[in-house]
Design a protein around this ligand. Structure first.
Ligand code: ADP
Length: 758
């Protein structure tokens, strides 16, 4: 069985001082069936010790007497030095004392020479070798284990341990390099208190150990000491680093919060003084400069406020309110505030607040307003055609009511692979848009923070090139729901005829109609709209002017004059009262943009009143101003100026379109037959001079009258206008009387005196 003697051979050291007994025992071993024993004889104590040093033996058979010394002595000494070699004691007599002493000395077995047979000796040797092997494996496991291990017998006395355990227990070996069980036991007692081992303890060497105990069924238990010093140090280090990072983050956030706060004070001064200054006499140029200061100041203040909000959230100072508020009012305020921006871009903005939703609810109106402003502001910013609509309704999820806010646009859309970046700070889908659209990339990040502070959710659906919808859902606590909902179906039986075009407004009116029990028909503007109207007994007409101011005015006049229309209530949607142009209409019937809850409630109130007082016809009177034929294009980038021109020229009966820059002016001239262009010289992206030169190169623009408008007081302006191909030049600020007189002259020249009179 040894390496030296081959696989199927067992090498036996026979320690025997009697030659005859040696041969006898050797003969017995030779008679073992099916196995080969090779026997080496050691006739003396010294010879036997020498042999063990010389080569490995599978087993040693040791006689009880070896000359003057005993086999017990030999076994005890040899076991200390060669613990892996099993030893069997052979005696001439059976004596229970010797048996016990052999076990204590470390013998694997004890046999009586006279009684041994080949089978008995073979079995004893096999068992001894097997046992020794197991023991060798156990020793290797113990000494190679990272953990300290102590095995206790049933009485709790240590029977087995390794070096690591001794280190954990601070137990030293004696001079002979061994440790007594009692010493290990006292080491265990020292670390435990009241007889119980601690779950964790620090050794005198500084290491920290965790203890675990396993039972050895019906034999005792095994105590394991795990060295967790590194883990404990790493955890301490991590805790310290986290605390330091948190402190640094707090310091950064509170620095940002303080800075933003400090910056707001001078900004308020700048904006406040700009407002005061705007109320003093200023010439046009100064007014424009002041406008730039105000717009830049407001945008800077917006950024500062966003940064302040973010740093407040980070430093844990953002508190969410829980007060009563009306989401319908918020929607109205925000859309009204943003309506001029939408109007300036020529896109629709409309809002639907589901009447099924209680008008009053609990929450944080300030944060909801910020979310609405951000989402609607973005939607307008990234939409060039079509429009933006806001939808607020009530949904249920997991059996709980939720407030759902959706902002839809028909804008540029967001590519799918960029959507997950949307809500990250300072992140923009296309950074090049910053130049055209402005923005910091903070708005959506803030929205997400607010929504999550309110335990809600924000998502985005989008189709590239077709538009986006941002959806926010928040927990909903309604106040007085039942009373509100009772009012919901108040227009049952009515038909709303919307004269206009498909888009956000039509969708919103349709939803309001459906929610209140009415129906809606959409009729395109046109001279024969009355023929398409059908029966009118339960019809109310809503005229949308976005399809074109002149169409709107024509529609109103036509309906006012229609003989069968006398009892049909109608409403006009206009940007502002001033925008109602040539129509004198009861204020009640004028619905200002953006169309929303308020506009719809007006319709409801009016129709309900009408139902109770049958036949009352709304007063619509066309003003005495005759409609003009001259079609005017007004190219000007300044929005207030555009508004003034529209109000004044429409009031004078002219139909007017507006272009915000030279490119747009060229585009419109190619699309519509204008009779005159009023062209501001200074406009962004393409100025009036360049636009005139390009218009002159087109068929439609070769002879088109173009009048330049400049605010500049420089000599030679008129000359530059004429050189660029303009017909005339007017100085800004415009003298409207002079301009109207000029247009009237052109009207009579182009359309004749008859036209003017009609
Ligand atoms: P910003 O101040 O740049 O608008 P936001 O966080 O509000 O910052 O928006 C981040 C980016 O998300 C925008 O720059 C834009 O690229 C994209 N985005 C947001 N809303 C829309 C939308 N309605 N349509 C298309 N892109 C949008």
């Amino acid at each position: 069985m040894t390496q030296s003697a081959g696989q199927n051979e067992t090498v036996v050291l026979l320690v025997e001082d009697d030659r005859d007994d040696f041969f006898l025992t050797q003969d017995v071993l030779q008679c073992v069936p099916n196995h080969k024993y090779s026997v080496v004889w050691a006739g003396s104590y010294e010879r036997a010790a020498f042999e063990l040093l010389e080569r490995p033996y599978d087993v040693a058979l040791v006689d009880y007497r070896i000359g003057e010394r005993t086999g017990l002595e030999f076994i005890s000494e040899a076991q200390r030095r060669f613990p892996d070699t099993p030893m069997i004691l052979l005696t001439g007599v059976i004596d229970p004392h010797i048996d016990r002493a052999a076990e204590e000395a470390g013998a694997a077995d004890f046999l009586e020479k006279g009684a041994i047979t080949p089978e008995l000796l073979d079995r004893s040797i096999r068992y001894a070798i097997k046992h020794a092997r197991r023991r060798a494996i156990l020793d290797a496991v113990l000494s190679n284990s990272a953990a300290g291990i102590v095995a206790l017998d049933r009485s709790g006395a240590p029977v087995l341990w390794n070096k690591q355990a001794l280190r954990a227990l601070a137990v030293d070996c004696d001079a002979a390099g061994s440790v007594a069980s009692a010493v290990v036991s006292s080491g265990l007692t020292k670390i435990g208190s009241s007889g119980r081992l601690p779950a964790q303890f620090s050794a005198p060497s500084g290491e920290v150990y965790e203890t675990s105990i396993g039972t050895v069924p019906s034999h005792g238990e095994v105590i394991v000491f795990h060295d967790i010093t590194h883990r404990i140090r790493a955890e301490e280090l991590l805790r310290k680093s986290v605390a330091e990072a948190e402190a640094a983050n707090m310091a950064k956030s509170s620095f940002l919060a303080t800075m933003s706060h400090e910056l707001r004070t001078p900004m308020n001064g700048i904006l406040g003084m700009a407002r005061v200054l705007s109320n003093t006499p200023l010439d046009h140029e100064q007014g424009a400069y002041l406008d730039t200061i105000r717009v830049s100041g407001e945008s800077l203040l917006g950024i500062i406020n966003d940064v302040l909000d973010l740093s407040k959230i980070e430093s844990g100072h953002m508190e969410i309110e829980d007060v009563e508020y009306r989401v319908g009012d918020l929607a109205q305020e925000v859309t009204t505030l943003l309506a001029p921006t939408a109007r300036a871009k020529g896109i629709d903005l409309a809002a639907f607040v589901d009447p099924q939703l209680a008008s009053t609810m609990r929450g944080d109106p300030l944060r909801v307003r910020q979310i609405l402003t951000n989402l609607i502001g973005n939607a307008i910013k990234f939409t060039e055609d079509g429009g933006v609509s806001l939808w607020i309704d009530r949904v249920e999820s997991d059996g709980l009511p939720r407030l759902r806010i959706r902002v839809s646009d028909t804008g540029i859309g967001i590519p799918e692979n960029k959507r997950e970046r949307l809500f990250k700070r300072f992140s923009q889908v296309d950074t090049s848009t910053t130049r055209t659209h402005g923005g910091t990339g903070l708005g959506l990040a803030l929205c997400r923070e607010f929504v999550s502070l309110m335990n809600g959710q924000i998502d985005c659906e989008s189709a590239l090139g077709h538009g986006s919808t941002f959806v926010v859902t928040l927990p909903l606590v309604e106040v007085g729901a039942a009373a509100d909902r009772a009012r919901a179906r108040q227009l049952t039986g009515w038909r709303l005829a919307l004269i206009g075009r498909e888009g956000p407004l039509a969708n919103v009116v349709r939803s309001y109609a459906a929610s209140s029990g009415a129906t809606m028909d959409l009729l395109a503007c046109g001279p024969n709209v009355l023929n398409r109207l059908g029966p009118t007994s339960t019809t109310a007409i809503i005229i949308d002017c976005s399809a074109g101011q002149s169409n709107r005015d024509e529609m109103v006049r036509m309906i006012a004059a229609g003989p069968s229309m006398q009892s049909v209530p109608f409403f006009v949607i206009a940007d502002t009262v001033a925008d109602a142009g040539g129509i004198d209409i009861e204020p009640d019937l004028l619905l200002s943009r953006p169309f929303g809850q308020q506009s719809f409630e007006r319709i409801c109130n009016r129709l309900r009143r009408r139902s109770s007082t049958t036949g009352a016809r709304p007063a619509v009177v066309a003003k005495a101003i005759p409609p003009r034929h001259l079609r005017v294009l007004f190219a000007e980038d300044n929005e207030p100026n555009q508004r003034v021109a529209k109000a004044i020229l429409r009031g004078a009966g002219y139909s007017i379109d507006v272009a915000a820059n030279g490119h747009k002016a060229i585009e419109l001239v190619g699309q519509k037959p204008y009779d005159v262009v009023l062209m501001d010289v200074n406009m962004p992206s393409m100025d009036g001079l360049e636009a005139t030169q390009l218009i002159r190169q087109t068929d439609a623009g070769r002879v088109l009258p173009i009048i330049g408008l400049t605010a500049s007081v420089m000599d030679g302006d008129r000359q530059r206008c004429l050189e660029a191909g303009m017909n005339d030049h007017l100085a800004k600020p415009i003298d409207w009387d002079t301009l109207i007189a000029l247009l009237n002259r052109m009207e009579s020249e182009v359309y004749g005196a008859q036209a003017l009179a009609s």
